[in-house]
Design a protein around this ligand. Structure first.
Ligand code: BDR
Ligand code: CA
Length: 311
């Protein structure tokens, strides 16, 4: 089994990624670390624990960063709703008693499992950047990082240039990409080609389970938001689930080694580009996914998630 930490900012497609990971037998999910992202961290933390309760999987959840490394954060409610889950769970209380343990957890587990550990990130890279800042030695031991974020061959979604997870905390993404960690980047280049459609959502609703009905509700919110912005797509992007998919089965994608850099200045703030001057001293720093076997991945995703929601 593949030992995994999921680092999330739960979000609709993060919730789908969590369901996919816990449903997949090949994955041994050690814990889920949470950061702010599409919503404040006490929302994303509450969303994560609630999803796991519904799925009846007692995976440890560690609350993490509440803001970017250097920048102020503002939250937009589009796509995921103000609660992060399509207005299905409503307001979350901020319990100041929940400690920020995500960074310690990442460090502990990296020391313990070394090469056997895969970290999949589906939100801003703040937690991981803080972990490698606190203990740079983990860079040499972590087996693999699969990060949903960035866009190299296509436009962004937060701005015309930048993808949201990188745009939210570009300094964190920059630190992680430069760190020497073995990183596979699952960006919009591939995630926009893997879509969830109304058909799957109807199936989830039909399960009649508490989880199935709730997942259908927030997935439908996401579908409708998507339709407003991208009427030419036949569904909404499975960004975060694809990152879990790539960690599970690298054959879902084709990737190329690149010298990747993050723009830290406007107007391209958060843009991920290939450094054509190849200034990185040690060679390509990121494996960038450029092609995806969309139906292979979708079949596995629909199968696993459909099964767990029906339980
Ligand atoms: C990323 O931003 C969020 O909207 C999604 O959850 C995903 O992680 C896509 O750009
Ligand atoms: Ca996310």
């Amino acid at each position: 089994k593949r030992k995994m930490i999921l680092d999330v900012d739960t979000g609709v497609d993060d919730a789908l990624a969590i369901a996919y990971a816990v449903a997949s037998e090949e994955i041994d999910l050690l814990g889920i670390t949470v950061s702010y992202g599409m919503a404040p961290v006490h929302y994303t933390y509450r969303n994560t624990t609630e999803i796991l309760r519904l799925l009846r999987r007692p995976v440890p959840v560690l609350r993490g960063s509440s803001q970017p490394l250097e920048r102020a954060k503002e939250y937009g409610g589009e796509f995921h709703g103000t609660d992060g889950l399509g207005e299905t769970l409503g307001e979350a209380a901020n319990d100041p008693g929940v400690p920020d343990r995500a960074v310690d957890f990442i460090i502990e587990q990296s020391r313990k499992h070394k090469r056997d550990l895969t970290i999949v990130t589906t939100g801003p890279l703040t937690n991981l950047a803080r972990a490698i800042r606190e203990d740079p030695s983990i860079v040499g031991t972590i087996g693999q990082v699969v990060a949903m974020g960035g866009a190299v061959t296509c436009p962004g979604n937060a701005t015309p240039f930048a993808e949201a997870n990188v745009h939210i905390d570009p300094e964190a993404a920059d630190a992680v990409f430069r760190s020497g960690l073995p990183i596979t980047m699952v960006g919009l280049d591939v995630t926009r080609r893997t879509l969830l459609t109304e058909r799957e959502v109807v199936e989830w609703e039909r399960t009649g389970t508490e989880a199935g009905v709730l997942f259908a509700r927030f997935a439908r919110f996401y579908l409708y938001e998507y339709r407003k912005y991208y009427p030419y797509l036949e569904g909404c992007a499975l960004h975060d689930p694809l990152a879990v998919g790539v960690a599970k089965n690298p054959a879902f994608v084709r990737s190329l080694p690149m010298f990747l850099r993050v723009d830290l200045e406007e107007p391209g703030l958060g843009r991920t580009t290939e450094d054509l001057h190849r200034r990185a001293p040690t060679g390509p720093n990121v494996q960038v996914c450029v092609q995806v076997e969309a139906s292979l991945f979708r079949d596995d995703f629909i199968d696993q998630v459909g099964r767990i929601l029906a339980e």
